[in-house]
Design a protein around this ligand. Structure first.
Ligand SMILES: *[C@@H]1O[C@H](CO)[C@@H](O)[C@H](O)[C@H]1NC(C)=O
Ligand SMILES: *[C@@H]1O[C@H](CO)[C@@H](O)[C@H](O)[C@H]1NC(C)=O
Ligand SMILES: *[C@@H]1O[C@H](CO)[C@@H](O)[C@H](O)[C@H]1NC(C)=O
Length: 472
């Protein structure tokens, strides 16, 4: 009995509002002109909207809305008039019928998907359009299957591979998040090269690897993740090796890139890029602690946290500095500060760079990273022409910085000799040859010989004694 009464009441309400509808139609222009929801660009028409709202509204009710993507949709009967602004589940939930617009669907892997469905194809989002066809974005991806195949099919002297950490990124994202060294200014590029006496010193070996000459003193490549800060990684790596070599292993600190990223903020942009000359200035004047003390954690931090410097240093006499705070993590107590001397520029002469590495240790180099470098797996890298026939969005490059730790040469099956540098990257140990790469030497490949930097650590006799007692 009660039920029947209620139904009658609802029917009356519906009739009432239907009646009122035509009278007020004039004032509805705004809503009628709203962008139709059911044409194009819909990413998710299958969620519950009217259902989630808790029901539908009889007649017209301009407040009967639910947020929908970047706009709103309606669950009142009025929306059914123009169909254009009803929520996607209006018909099924409010009327119990099928929507009046033609159902279109797209096929993929033998399955059918409704219009509006999406999937990600590598770095591009594809949407099932009203025409029943997938419409995909058109970005160049960091990993392009055909590029890998083409490089491996031809004999460029190096092999390419897929990397899951790069998969799904666009080439632009790779260049913007995996590198991060600003080209040095004109003044810095014009920095004097040191004069090297090469007389009687041309007996450089055909193979040299700093790892063999200084075991335990050359640090393994780190992973900068999506932190655009190779400026900090390459600088910290070269300084770490140099201090270890110079102190003859009394100190073997792995210096903290995070310390530079967070604290060397003058004209530097942390994980949004920076300059190596600024990094060297900081290492010389302020100094940094070890990676163990101030670990790299940009991946887990918000940009604001990354930007916050957790420790400064202060002068304690005789040019030495001390940290002003404990290590920003609970398991490390050694907050010793390490410093360098001013860096010096080497000439672009291959032999002089080799002599410097052999005598004093690894050097830092700027290089241009092209799209094919990301997929490098092994061999002697040279930038290839595999993408020359493609639109320019597939052929891009940006500046990076790396550490050079040695050299060698290799004979190919034609008996031709190929000379290479051994470089350490900062993309983790699963990239390239255990985090290292080899690149053509003596031809300024990717400008790697154009701007090469050496440095001395600031190591005193006192340091050697102090640190000696502390070695594990
Ligand atoms: C509302 O939708 C139903 C079901 O699709 C349809 O039969 C009816 O004609 C529509 N009403 C209006 C006013 O358009
Ligand atoms: C590359 O790796 C990703 C993630 O591991 C995988 O989904 C994708 O299918 C691979 N692509 C190719 C071309 O092998
Ligand atoms: C990465 O660093 C380079 C060089 O400093 C800069 O041009 C680029 O804008 C940076 N990318 C991002 C996402 O900040």
């Amino acid at each position: 009995m009660l039920k029947l009464l209620m139904l009658a009441a609802i029917a009356a309400l519906l009739l009432l509002s239907e009646g009122g509808m035509s009278a007020r139609t004039q004032s509805r222009t705004k809503r009628e002109l709203a962008r139709p929801l059911h044409r194009g660009g819909i990413r998710d028409p299958f969620g519950s909207y009217c259902q989630r709202r808790g029901g539908c509204c009889p007649g017209r009710n301009d407040q009967c809305t639910v947020p929908y993507l970047d706009t709103i949709c309606y669950c009142d009967l009025f929306c059914n008039r123009t169909v254009s602004d009803c929520c996607p589940d209006f018909w099924s939930h409010c009327l119990g019928t099928n929507p009046p617009y033609p159902p279109s669907s797209c096929e993929r892997n033998g399955h059918r998907f409704h219009s509006g469905a999406t999937y990600k194809e590598n770095c591009n989002l594809c949407t099932c359009g009203q025409n029943g066809r997938w419409e995909c974005e058109d970005h160049a991806c960091l990993i392009e299957d055909d590029m890998i195949k083409e490089i491996n099919r031809r004999s460029y002297g190096w092999r390419a591979s897929n990397y899951s950490q790069f998969w799904g990124m666009t080439l632009d994202e790779g260049l913007r998040y995996r590198l991060g060294t600003k080209r040095p200014s004109r003044t810095i590029m014009n920095m004097n090269e040191i004069q090297m006496n090469m007389n009687g010193n041309n007996n450089l070996p055909s193979y040299f690897n700093a790892v063999d000459k200084w075991p335990g003193k050359i640090h393994e490549p780190l992973d900068q993740g999506n932190c655009n800060a190779s400026w900090a990684f390459s600088t910290a790596a070269v300084a770490s090796d140099r201090i270890s070599i110079q102190s003859m292993g009394h100190m073997t600190p792995q210096l903290s890139p995070q310390n530079l990223i967070s604290c060397d903020t003058r004209n530097q942009d942390g994980c949004a890029g920076g300059r190596i000359d600024g990094a060297w200035w900081y290492l010389r004047r302020r100094g940094v602690v070890t990676e163990e003390c101030y670990p790299f954690s940009a991946a887990q931090q918000t940009p604001a946290e990354v930007a916050r410097c957790m420790m400064q240093t202060r002068a304690v006499g005789r040019g030495k500095r001390q940290a002003t705070a404990h290590c920003p993590n609970s398991h490390s107590y050694h907050n010793d500060v390490y410093q360098s001397t001013p860096p010096y520029r080497l000439s672009s002469n291959e032999k002089e760079i080799m002599k410097e590495i052999m005598d004093n240790g690894p050097v830092q180099a700027i290089m241009e990273v092209h799209e094919d470098f990301f997929v490098y797996k092994s061999g002697i890298y040279r930038h290839t022409d595999v993408n020359y026939h493609k639109p320019s969005q597939y052929r891009k490059h940006a500046t990076h910085s790396v550490r050079i730790t040695g050299w060698g040469e290799e004979r190919d099956y034609n008996g031709r000799t190929h000379k290479y540098w051994i470089g350490a990257n900062s993309w983790g140990k699963n990239w390239g040859e255990d985090g290292y790469f080899r690149i053509a030497r003596g031809v300024n490949e990717c400008e790697i010989e154009a701007f090469v930097i050496g440095v001395w650590g600031r190591v005193t006799m006192e340091d050697m004694h102090n640190h000696h007692g502390r070695r594990k």
